[in-house]
Design a protein around this ligand. Sequence first.
Ligand SMILES: Cc1cc2nc3c(=O)[nH]c(=O)nc-3n(C[C@H](O)[C@H](O)[C@H](O)COP(=O)(O)OP(=O)(O)OC[C@H]3O[C@@H](n4cnc5c(N)ncnc54)[C@H](O)[C@@H]3O)c2cc1C
Ligand code: FES
Length: 350
Amino acid sequence: MTATTDRNPLHADFYADRARQARVRVLENVRIARDTYRVRFECPEIAAQIVPGQFLMLRLAGMNDPLLGRPLALYDVICDASGVPTAIDVVYLALGKMTKRLAEFGVGSELDIWGPLGNGFPAVKTDQLIVVAGGIGQTPFLAVGKEYLGQRDYGGSRDSQAAAKRVTLCYGVRSADYLAGVDDFRAVGVDVRLSSDDGSVGRRGFVTEVLREVLDQTTGNERLVMCCGPEPMMHAVAKLCDENKTHCLVSLETPMACGIGICFSCVTRVRQADGGWDYKRTCVEGPIFEAEKIDGDCDSILRTKPAAQAKEVRDNLACAAGFSKQARYLFLSALIACERRAFVRAAALA
Ligand SMILES: Cc1cc2nc3c(=O)[nH]c(=O)nc-3n(C[C@H](O)[C@H](O)[C@H](O)COP(=O)(O)OP(=O)(O)OC[C@H]3O[C@@H](n4cnc5c(N)ncnc54)[C@H](O)[C@@H]3O)c2cc1C
Ligand code: FES
């Protein structure tokens, strides 16, 4: 996953060139666990392109509060009776301003979305794929499980090599009522191992203990770990994988403002081949990174700065990063008006 050298150095391999913007209609918005919902919306073009581990930026149509879109991972692609992708499912925790309002949306409500975004999980062959999730971090892994177990393809022309003899989900939650989508995983044939903070389901304690058991049981096999969840959990999983000489990929949930590589609000420190580190944009060079390359502190600027300072950073980042005032103006206009032509021009100027 290296950046190409024959293009602008700001250009990443997974730049949002193929992203589309659309106003879409909600087909379903159902509660599937405590504070957790699955929203389905009609978007055939993005549904045909998106691959597991990629995400969408999502805004509530016709509302300017919150102004910025929020990144949400692909849960699954829905196809019609003839197998043509027509809709996308996203699973979200009603946590803050946008997701709490989204939870109140009914059938026929409209969303503004742009995607597919990010690099997605690599599609490789392995004996055992172990996916480790904490909290709402299970959302990218249903599609991963389906692809690795050979049940379906994603992304149309993607030349997928994804194959695993076995896929195991290690899933840790606060308590049993937060478990979301477990039946979907089991229906696909994923081996599900659970943990909870209060012991109300699965093993009491951290999900890393469940992972430790799985790693102990499969010594000698070729295996790959993918992980998504709170950052302390991802650090613990990365450390455990390192001790067990097992390759680990992490999907970062860094706060984002644009999702298309323009604003630099999502940068995270990534180790370089020479032993140093550099900032990478989680939205275009991630969100999937090799665990050993992520610096100990992988917080984004938006999260680590106090709120007022973060707002100032967000307001000034585009110009500070060297983009013209025109590009910044066009980008913000596109966000506010969701006007497709301005959005594409802003992206092209970057
Ligand atoms: C690639 C990617 C994929 C994701 N996929 C999913 C998914 O599938 N499902 C899902 O539920 N979530 C997902 N997330 C996380 C989701 O985007 C965030 O939780 C989002 O902030 C929710 O929006 P909100 O308006 O509801 O909450 P917000 O109002 O943005 O706040 C949510 C919480 O985040 C913290 N926070 C946000 N911004 C700041 C800040 N500037 N400073 C300090 N703390 C802050 C606060 O603690 C707050 O309680 C994903 C994130 C990424 C990057
Ligand atoms: S969110 Fe990554 S550059 Fe804007």
